[in-house]
Design a protein around this ligand. Structure first.
Ligand SMILES: [Fe+2]
Length: 450
């Protein structure tokens, strides 16, 4: 039987219990509060003939960006296909999009969700997933445009509307529309204090503008509501560590790593990349973080099977290895990624070209820096800057590459490039203690050469 769901979209289940459980799962996915798996199991138990909960499980698992979760996602997709005969067009479109994801065809999946959203702008599941894969694809324009195309059709009374505002706020921030991003993020939080995308978007605005003390205070204010039992927690702790780093509070940064970013807290690579990024940033400042790097790697499975699955994660594993002074293991990891990047069977995957054309040369440049070849590192990394957004992630996350170029320029003979990058920072944000550190470092370098 087909009847409309809460947002007027045709739904092939007439079980109120199944629909309620799926709505609860959707809310968990958008709020990152717990995982949706138990709710989806409840939906399946209430209506075993409904394909959508299986599709949602598969999409959720694929969103964790681990190759090892692929087989579980495939099982749910197979179950969904077996039930698809009675599915609505919308449910089948979601199934097709998630099937594309399972094949690594991220651009195709996002196109499918885009078409779905033209017909039904209040399809929250399509908005949520498309935003996640726009983020993974490094498609900043879609991060802004996609929620913008939908938002005027949303009713402010819908409990999911603040989450859509949160998506939009982040898209605005990534397109450098800072004032509007902050305003929209605050609007979302005024409607619902537990919208992590909104807390996160405003924190990113503060980070990119160098408002590090205000950013720390902002997270102190909002973190309890946004991070309790939240999949977003480690990323917000990472932002807090960035604020402490901007203040050059090294002890504070190390405390945050120990307490929240490393150890037993991260379960997925997606959560480990924060510690890798911060440790590498500390290493670039001359801090010996090898013990902390080794501790992070202890719980980061040395699974060669993950190489080449997600280029962004691959690069961060190199950062963790180099921060841990594991040059040999880093070289071996990049060699494994290079093999995967040349694997023709894998070449259809959207992330394969990114791995081959961006991540691989980037990782080789980082290896050069690890070996002490500062000029070689600048020569490899600097020309890649324009391509780095293809790695996905946020501007703040990708800033780790610019900082690597800066460090290499300060250590070697490419001083003009270092000064040019510093000028960019000085135009983007006030002279923070971190930027001052780099200014002094390059000035020392200049004096030595005079
Ligand atoms: Fe972020």
């Amino acid at each position: 039987m087909v009847s409309p769901d809460l947002r007027g979209m045709p739904c092939s289940s007439d079980s109120a219990a199944a629909r309620d459980a799926a709505e609860q799962a959707l809310r968990r996915m958008m709020s990152f509060h717990g995982t949706p798996l138990a709710d989806l199991d409840a939906a399946i138990a209430a209506d075993p003939q409904w394909c959508l909960p299986h599709v949602m499980k598969a999409g959720f698992l694929l969103g964790l960006a681990e190759r090892s979760l692929g087989p579980r996602a495939d099982e749910h997709l197979a179950q969904a296909h077996a039930l698809a005969l009675h599915a609505t067009l919308r449910e089948r479109a979601h199934l097709d999009a998630v099937q594309l994801l399972a094949q690594g065809l991220w651009h195709g999946a996002c196109r499918s969700w885009g078409e779905l959203l033209l017909q039904q702008p209040r399809d929250a599941l399509a908005l949520h997933w498309a935003q996640l894969w726009d983020f993974y694809r490094g498609d900043a324009i879609s991060l802004r445009q996609r929620p913008a195309r939908a938002l005027p059709d949303w009713d402010a009374a819908d409990p999911l509307q603040p989450y859509v505002l949160g998506l939009y706020a982040f898209g605005l921030e990534e397109n450098n529309l800072h004032a509007l991003a902050e305003d929209v993020g605050r609007q979302a939080l005024a409607a619902n204090a537990q919208v992590p995308w909104a807390v996160h978007a405003v924190a990113h605005v503060m980070e990119v503008q160098g408002r590090y003390e205000e950013g720390s205070a902002w997270l102190r204010q909002h973190q309890p509501a946004a991070t309790e039992n939240s999949g977003f927690a480690s990323h917000l702790w990472w932002l807090k560590a960035l604020f402490r780093l901007e203040a050059l509070d090294i002890a504070g940064v190390l405390r945050l790593i120990d307490n929240h970013l490393s150890g037993e807290a991260p379960r997925y690579t997606l959560q480990r990349v924060g510690a890798a990024s911060i440790l590498w940033r500390l290493h670039l400042l001359g801090e010996d973080v090898s013990a902390a790097g080794a501790a992070l790697l202890e719980r980061w499975p040395a699974d060669d099977g993950e190489a080449g699955h997600h280029a962004f994660n691959d690069v961060h594993r190199v950062l963790a290895l180099l921060a841990a002074a594991e040059q040999g293991r880093a070289e071996a990891w990049v060699a494994r990624c290079a093999e995967k990047a040349m694997d023709v069977d894998d070449a259809r995957r959207s992330n394969h070209a990114t791995a081959r054309e961006v991540a691989l040369p980037l990782m080789r440049g980082l290896l050069a820096l690890g070996r002490g070849d500062a000029d070689g590192a600048v020569d490899s990394l600097y020309p890649l800057r324009a391509s780095v957004p293809r790695l996905g992630g946020s501007q703040a996350q990708r800033d780790v590459i610019d900082l690597s170029v800066l460090a290499a320029a300060a250590r070697g003979g490419r001083r003009q490039i270092g000064r040019a990058l510093l000028n960019e920072r000085l135009m983007a944000k006030p002279l923070t203690p971190l930027t001052r550190w780099w200014v002094d470092r390059l000035a020392d370098d200049e004096e030595e050469r005079a």
